[in-house]
Design a protein around this ligand. Structure first.
Ligand code: PRX
Length: 645
């Protein structure tokens, strides 16, 4: 396949970029591969260490063992805050918080943030939280979320953030999986037109079945009344008023756990991806600096929610370790109108924006009048993450938002990778719309065939990584076997990503999507098994199979095929009940876009659902169903096609 036009970085961007040419990138990349010890030593030395490491890296993918900066002692909160304040930068802006309401915003300097974090850490300590304890954070995008994260890392507690749209059942399961001792939440949340998202109510429902939770710490965001259980429930503002701001950072081993973040699995329950301290912060900060070409004073805005990994690495940890001005937005792209993102860019003179193709598509659909109303001249660089970006969307981003002046970095990575692995460097890499281009320093991607042979040159196959990078996950919390099974067993000696990819004649990577039973809805992975399980719990439903189909805004939509129990008729109430069940067991973001009732699902004689056929029908490619002769009952296909939604 020939590749499309290349977009070269503009000369004025290049002149001030950290990495100014492909040659410079190549030289550094080669160094990082030939001599990782020297490369990472130099990079890690930019951070503060209480004690330097004895050895840079040790790994054996066949055993699932990875360690970085062995013997080193550091602290993430110290690196993100104290280091800057002690160096005289306390008065610089750290965080700009933009509320859901366009008239509401707040800024914190590094010194102010440090004070808040120390106080919060003292509250955690006062309530029995110690190094190694797990603390669950279930919040919307309010400053106290970032403060809580940094407070946990300050004292060595392991945070586990649960995205604020997850249901109480999802929250309960995540809390129980890692036996969290404390839950931090808020009374209720505001997001777009929603003015009272019942966070504490959900938290209470979850915790009723979480024996490990001793305390619920509640931030007052809306002031709406919530139940407070005596002995268990405490208010943030009451507790903060009781403590002082003296709280030294704990000396953490480089390999001590930093956080757990749950991500969907292709089978079974979500996996608690565990990230550790030293390697993670080195990699998050280095990628943030180079990928976004961050320079002192730049206003940087990652529009993700902190409930996902993008927010962990690229709203909080990476930017703050680089003493960046990082922005956090509470609302949604279309509130109060479709110009909100661009109004925020103008208001805060944002220089770098990092968002997802799904947001670009949603805004693009509304036409150019919204961005045209605002002054976007502060923008210098645009980023995307989460799913492949189509050429038309890339072009809109480039022309309408970036005015053809701003390089676009299409960054490929995963919850498990902790940081960006494949990406352009904006001053060095000519881009092609839809390609994440080249590996970051130290990253060795390979394309494998089904048998695990490495394919050279131009090739298409399965994407794996050959050697460790500092921010990779270390285990699945409490289930090391699953970690081995998921990432290291299919191709021994490699980290297997679960993605397909193509490499073109320039060595550029093009991610083709998941090769397992995962859906990528609006840039977030959801396991088909999870959704099927939730649908299956609806009364009267016998069985369900879920596949993706192309969706104009979400990228992939969810198409559910549902079989009812014999004698049960599906009607509108069934559809409502299915949606309620998915909302209850997972969250509203996992609701199916289309539901087709069918008397039977296409199965092989051994009983395996043939998803390939269901996917083709869902996407409307009914003339490409392929061989259906291995089905136990090939006539099923006809009725599936004729009843297609
Ligand atoms: O399939 C890839 C897709 O998102 C998956 C990872 O999802 P998650 O762990 O939720 O993390 C998302 C944010 C880092 C990947 O396996 N993906 C992510 N970025 C891209 C992408 N697909 C294509 N292009 C990207 N830039």
């Amino acid at each position: 396949m020939s590749s499309v036009a290349k977009f070269k970085p503009a000369a004025d961007f290049v002149s001030k970029a950290h990495i100014k040419s492909l040659d410079e990138y190549q030289k550094l990349y080669d160094e990082s591969i030939k001599n990782p010890d020297a490369f990472w030593t130099k990079k890690a030395e930019d951070l503060h260490w209480f004690k330097k490491w004895d050895k840079v890296v040790d790994f054996d993918f066949r055993k699932g063992e990875v360690k970085w900066f062995i013997g080193g002692k550091t602290n993430v909160s110290y690196n993100c805050l104290d280091r800057h304040v002690l160096a005289g930068h306390g008065a610089k802006t750290a965080l700009i918080w933009e509320g859901n309401d366009p008239t509401e915003s707040k800024t914190y300097t590094y010194a102010e943030l440090l004070t808040e974090v120390k106080k919060c850490a003292n509250v955690l300590k006062a309530h029995g939280i110690k190094k190694g304890d797990r603390v669950c954070l279930y919040m919307q995008m309010i400053p106290e979320l970032a403060i809580s994260m940094l407070a946990c890392t300050r004292i060595g507690a392991i945070h586990s953030i649960v995205f604020g749209a997850f249901s109480s059942e999802s929250l309960r399961d995540r809390i129980n999986d890692s036996s969290c001792k404390m839950l931090i939440t808020q009374d209720s949340g505001v997001r777009g037109v929603k003015q009272d998202i019942p966070m504490k109510i959900n938290a209470d429902a979850a915790v009723a079945e979480c024996p490990s939770i001793e305390k619920i710490l509640t931030v007052k965001r809306t002031g709406h009344k919530v139940d407070m259980q005596s002995g268990r429930d405490i208010y943030w503002h009451d507790e903060i008023a009781k403590v002082n701001d003296d709280c030294p950072a704990e000396e953490m081993d480089a390999e001590d756990p930093l956080y757990i973040l749950y991500t969907s699995g292709s089978t079974g329950k979500p996996k608690g991806v565990l990230h550790t301290t030293g390697g993670y912060i080195v990699y998050a900060s280095l990628t943030h600096k180079y990928v976004f070409d961050y320079h002192e004073g730049d206003v940087y805005w990652c529009t993700a929610d902190i409930g996902w990994v993008t927010g962990h690495s690229y709203i909080v940890y990476g930017p703050m370790a680089n003493r960046a001005i990082t922005m956090m937005y509470e609302g949604v792209p279309n509130y109060p109108d479709y110009g909100r993102f661009w109004q925020i860019v103008e208001k805060h003179k944002v220089n770098i924006i990092y968002t997802a193709p799904t947001a670009i598509r949603a805004l693009m659909k509304e036409g150019t009048s919204w961005p045209e109303k605002h002054d976007l001249s502060s923008l210098q660089l645009l980023g995307t993450v989460g799913e492949p970006i189509k050429e038309a969307d890339w072009n809109w981003y480039n022309e309408i938002i970036g005015k053809k002046r701003c390089p676009i970095v299409d960054t490929w990575w995963q919850t498990e990778t902790g940081g960006i692995l494949i990406t352009p460097l904006p001053g060095a890499t000519a881009t092609k719309p839809g390609s994440a281009t080249l590996p970051f320093f130290g990253v060795q991607p390979v394309i494998l065939d089904e048998q695990g042979n490495e394919l050279e040159g131009e090739a298409q196959g399965l994407l794996a990584i050959k050697a460790p990078w500092p921010a990779m996950l270390r285990t699945v919390y409490g289930d090391h076997d699953r970690f081995m099974q998921t990432y290291f067993s299919r191709f021994p000696g490699y980290y297997f990503t679960g993605d397909g990819a193509r490499r073109d004649e320039d060595g550029y990577y093009w991610i083709t999507g998941r090769v397992d039973d995962m859906l990528n809805v609006s840039g977030h992975l959801i396991g088909t098994a999870e959704v099927e399980g939730a649908i299956g719990r609806t009364e009267g439903v016998a069985e369900a199979a879920v596949v993706d189909f192309p969706h104009e805004i979400k990228g992939q939509g969810i198409y559910a095929y549902v079989t009812m129990m014999t004698g049960v008729e599906a009607d509108d109430a069934t559809i409502k009940a299915i949606n309620e069940s998915v909302t209850k067991h997972i969250g509203p973001h996992a609701k199916p876009d289309k539901i087709q009732f069918t008397p039977a699902l296409p199965k092989t004689r051994s009983g395996k659902i043939m998803r390939r056929i269901l996917r083709k029908i869902a996407e409307g490619a009914v003339d490409q169903l392929g061989d259906t002769s291995t089905l136990a009952d090939p006539t099923v296909v006809e009725s599936l096609v004729s009843q297609r939604k």
